[in-house]
Design a protein around this ligand. Sequence first.
Ligand code: DOR
Ligand code: ZN
Length: 343
Amino acid sequence: MNKITIIRPDDWHLHLRDEGYMQAVLPDTARRFARAIVMPNLKPPVTTTALALQYRDRIRAALPPDSSFEPLMTLYLTDNTQPAEIIKARQSGAVYAIKYYPAGATTNSDLGVTDLGKCRGVLEAMEACAMPLLVHGEVTDPAVDIYDRERVFLERVLAPLIERYSRLRVVAEHITTREAVDFVSAAPLRVAATITAHHLLLNRNALFAGGIRPHHYCLPVLKREQHRQALTAAAISGSPKFFLGTDSAPHAQHTKETGCGCAGIYTAHAGIELYAEAFDQAGALDRLEGFASHYGADFYGLPRNQDRITLVRESWPVPDKLPYARDSLVPFRASGHVAWKIE
Ligand code: DOR
Ligand code: ZN
C-alpha cells in the first residue's frame, strides 16, 4: 500500500505550551488533527475552568484564520482541587478531562497530587459526571528504578484506583510497557490508554546511540525492545482501548542540550505521518484509521470527524531545527527523513 485515506485523526494527548511557543507549534497540529486534548502543565498550571477558558481563547486566537481545529481543554489536578470545580468544568462544555500528575513525576508537575487520598471528593464528582481522569502513570519513589516506575504505578496506584472508583473513566497516558498493555487489556472498558509515535518507533537504545541523545529523552523514558513490540501489538490490535496521543512536548533546544535536560520529544511536525510509518512497519496500515480517528472519539463520547486526509508513501526531509519563538526546537528525526507524507 502506497497511499491511504482515513478520517481526519485527533490527538488525544498534546502539549501546546503558551504565548510565542504555542504560536510556533500550533499550526503543525492544526494542519493534521481536527481536535486535540491539550495538556494543562503550564507555568502556572491550568487548575480551574476559568483558566482553561482563557487558555482556550489564546489557542483559538493563534490558529490560522481558515482552521477549524478544536482544542479540548483539561484541568491540572492538585491536592486542593474541589469537587465544585469538576462540576463547573463539566458545565463549561470546554473541559473534557482532568490530568493527574503525581507530584514531581515530570515537567511542571511540582503542584501535582501528593496523595490521591486527598482527592476523594473530586474523584467521586468525576465519576458522577463521567469526567475522565488522565493519568501520568509513574511512581515518584526515588528507590524505584526509573525503568520500573510505570509497572510499579500499575500495582500501587492504578489497580486500587479503578477498583475503588468503580465508575471512573481512566486513560493511562503514553503507556510504555508490556505490563501496561496487559493491564489495560484486562481492565474494564472504562479504562483506555494512549500510545505515542515515538514509543512505537524507538526503544531505549535510541537514548544512547553513539552518544547521549537528549532529543530522545522523554517521560516515561523509552523502554526495551520487547516493550516497544508489545505497544505495537496493542496499537494495531483493533482494540478500542488503545488510541493515538502524540505527547508532542516541545522544549527549546538549549533546555534539552544541557547538563540537566528537559523531558519531551517534539513530533507534531509529523504527528500522523510517524504513526503511518509505525503501522506500515508492522504491516498494519489498515488498522491506522481505527487507532487514529475512531477509538479516541468513541471513548470521549464525541462524534467521529467527517472529513478525510490522505497519506502517501513519500519520503521527506526533516529540518535540523524549527523556529520556536526566540529559540529553536529540534524536532523528532531532525536532519533525517519521514517516510509518509500528507497529500
Ligand atoms: O516527556 C514528557 N514531556 N513527558 C511528560 O510527561 C511531560 C512532557 C512535557 O510537558 O514536556
Ligand atoms: Zn504529556
